[in-house]
Design a protein around this ligand. Structure first.
Ligand SMILES: O=C(O)CCC(=O)C(=O)O
Length: 289
């Protein structure tokens, strides 16, 4: 596995030239200790409260985005993928206005970017756990860009900014990226790997030693995946909040928004013929990048 020698970035109110040029070259950044441990604990409490509220109201979708349910180590039901989380928590919504987060918009230049609190899937919380009944312990190779094609628009630059809420050493599993693939042909963006089906390690992938409170930023066009933890039960727990940074026309989601097709694709089982045919056969409206 390739470990890019990367400086341990700290983020002040403005990105440094070194951070910008690292991002431009590799398509990602890893920022240490973006928030302190107490803030991580507070955010986890917020997420748990949102989860309780949604479970109590039997909510299945938010703004058209399906929630992913699974079982925790004690057999209780948990939400393993939450969408638009900040719409249920003023604390999390306030966090999205952090000046240091706004400074990351510079990475989208020359496009004018914004934090998509009410767009795409909003503030997503992924909760991975490796147990017998878990529905979510890994995620296959993908980029975030074809989602734009499914929504009928051309691929526009975007960032996915992840605030990590658990420690996750590279040896344990977690995020893997293929550095530099944010600059690739449309063909490679669509067909370098089988979307969501391929979970295999790549000899060129980069891994991260993550501590709770760290931030990762990746270009939406970068190939990435989540490696299943080698651990089991509590030790495998990994929670990450993802914030979409978007460009282009404002596309707010609301209670009556339809479920985007890519959510159905992501739910196919690895190796299913339907998944391959569906992805190979979809017809985007425009193909310009
Ligand atoms: O959980 C992660 O670190 C990556 C999640 C991801 O790639 C996604 O939600 O599309």
């Amino acid at each position: 596995m390739k470990k890019i020698i990367q400086p341990v970035f700290q983020l002040e109110n403005q990105l440094s030239n070194e951070q910008i040029s690292f991002f431009r070259q590799y398509g990602f950044l890893h920022v240490k200790n973006f928030v302190d441990k107490q803030t991580v604990t507070d955010f986890l409490t917020e997420v748990n409260n949102v989860q309780s509220q949604l479970l109590a109201s039997n909510t299945q979708k938010i703004n058209g985005i399906p929630l992913k349910f699974g079982k925790d180590t004690d057999g209780s039901t948990i939400i393993q993928r939450l969408a638009f989380t900040s719409q249920y928590s003023s604390r999390l919504s306030h966090f999205l206005k952090d000046q240091r987060l706004k400074s990351l918009l510079q990475l989208l230049s020359p496009y004018e970017g914004r934090i998509g609190e009410n767009e795409k899937d909003g503030l997503v919380v992924n909760h991975y756990i490796n147990t017998e009944n878990s529905q979510f312990s890994q995620m296959g190779w993908h980029t975030d860009s074809p989602r734009d094609l499914f929504l009928g628009s051309r691929i526009l630059p975007m960032l996915n900014v992840g605030l990590h809420l658990d420690d996750c050493a590279a040896a344990n599993g977690g995020l893997r990226v293929l550095a530099g693939t944010h600059e690739q042909s449309l063909f490679k963006l669509l067909f370098r790997k089988k979307y969501f089906i391929d979970n295999k390690a790549d000899k060129n992938e980069t891994s991260f030693d993550i501590e709770a409170g760290d931030l990762t930023i990746h270009d939406g066009r970068l190939w990435h995946r989540v490696q299943q933890s080698v651990l089991f039960g509590e030790a495998s727990r990994r929670r990450v909040m993802y914030i979409p940074f978007v460009t282009g026309a404002y596309q707010v989601k609301h209670a009556n928004s339809p479920t985007p097709f890519y959510h159905k694709l992501a739910q196919f089982k690895p190796g299913s013929l339907a998944a391959r045919l569906t992805f190979a056969g979809f017809k985007p409206k425009k193909l310009s990048v």
